[in-house]
Ligand binder design. Structure first.
Ligand SMILES: Nc1nc(=O)c2c([nH]1)NC[C@@H]1CN(c3ccc(C(=O)N[C@@H](CCC(=O)O)C(=O)O)cc3)C=[N+]21
Length: 296
């Protein structure tokens, strides 16, 4: 087993971002800003939000945090988002998911200005990703794509793993991870299989894959039976269990195999936050380009 060090890849990238932020400040006298919105007080969400704010501060990005009451209405959430849309100091808006009480988030996400949509969840950006024809196009056009999928692809690129022509199975089809990641792998010329809870023969399908991405949300779901020798295993899961933080891959069960794998913690998680910083810079640059001095 070879560990893919997401933490190291992440901190290298954060150093680059920090430099870029400093350059922006020097050249434009503006500071890129990210607004985070938390509805309610879910303990896990608080932890993520805290690391996002800390990462912004470390990189020199200005952060604005809003915590709404758990039983805020959709209208109240949208009203706050509209205020953030109008604020010229804010380049990116992140609505922390999931919303409490299983409230459907899409209507709120639709209220985020597409230019400030650092999660890539607005239909406009999801559409741009869908229509993109290559990885180059996604990069050149500064398309805003969900942070975790971007982090996964960054990890693959930095680890020298060739994606082109490979069979990649993505387990999980969420709008935040599985779906956009499948699109990014496709843009990198992988043959992509989108697997989900209704998929039959999942083990066999995964066993045939060169790259297996586990984004299921079930602790230790992927074991030896899913993985072929020489495969790359990307564990997107973050499960809090009695044994502590646990991925979707049964790490102990596969660790003696000849594979490359991202650990949890220290794999995809830190990269997600790094890409949030990167997307904030993208949004800053896009806003500058598209709106020139008509900001916001
Ligand atoms: N609108 C929205 N966008 C998101 O990107 C988003 C979200 N909502 N809701 C929740 C998920 C989850 N997520 C993580 C971020 C960092 C770590 C992370 O830093 N993980 C550390 C461990 C941190 C810990 O101890 O929990 C690691 O894996 O090493 C994990 C998970 C972003 N999410």
């Amino acid at each position: 087993m070879k560990l893919i060090d997401g933490k190291k890849i992440s901190s290298d990238k954060r150093a680059e971002i920090k430099e870029e932020v400093a350059k922006i400040k020097q050249q434009t006298e503006k500071i890129p800003g990210l607004a985070t919105v938390l509805v309610g007080g879910d303990p896990a969400s608080r932890v993520y939000i805290k690391s996002k704010i800390k990462a912004c501060e470390d990189a020199g990005i200005k952060s604005f945090h809003h915590n709404l009451d758990a039983n805020s209405s959709k209208e109240e959430i949208i009203a706050l988002i509209k205020k953030l849309n109008e604020n010229s100091e804010i380049d990116g808006i992140l609505l922390q998911l999931p919303l409490p009480q299983n409230k459907d988030a899409q209507e709120c996400l639709n209220a985020v200005s597409p230019l400030k949509d650092v999660d890539g969840l607005h239909p406009f950006n999801a559409g741009l990703l869908n229509l993109s024809k290559s990885w180059n196009e996604i990069i050149e056009k500064n398309i805003l794509v969900s942070c975790t999928p971007l982090g996964v692809v960054h990890i693959l690129h930095k680890s020298g793993i060739i994606i082109e022509g490979k069979t990649a199975v993505v387990i999980g089809r969420s709008n935040l991870v599985g779906k956009p990641l499948s699109m990014l792998l496709l843009a990198n010329n992988a043959t992509v299989i989108m697997a989900h809870s209704k998929t039959r023969n999942l083990k066999e399908i995964c066993k045939s894959a060169d790259i297996v991405v586990a984004a299921v949300g079930k602790s230790k779901f992927v074991n030896k039976d899913f993985i072929k020798t020489g495969a790359v295993v990307i564990d997107v899961g973050i499960n809090r269990t009695s044994e502590g933080l646990c991925g979707d891959v049964d790490f102990d069960a596969v660790k003696d195999m000849d594979i490359k794998i991202t650990p949890v913690p220290g794999g995809v998680g830190p990269m997600t936050i790094t890409m949030l910083l990167e997307n904030t810079l993208k949004a800053f640059n896009n806003r500058k380009r598209y709106l020139s001095n008509r900001m916001p």
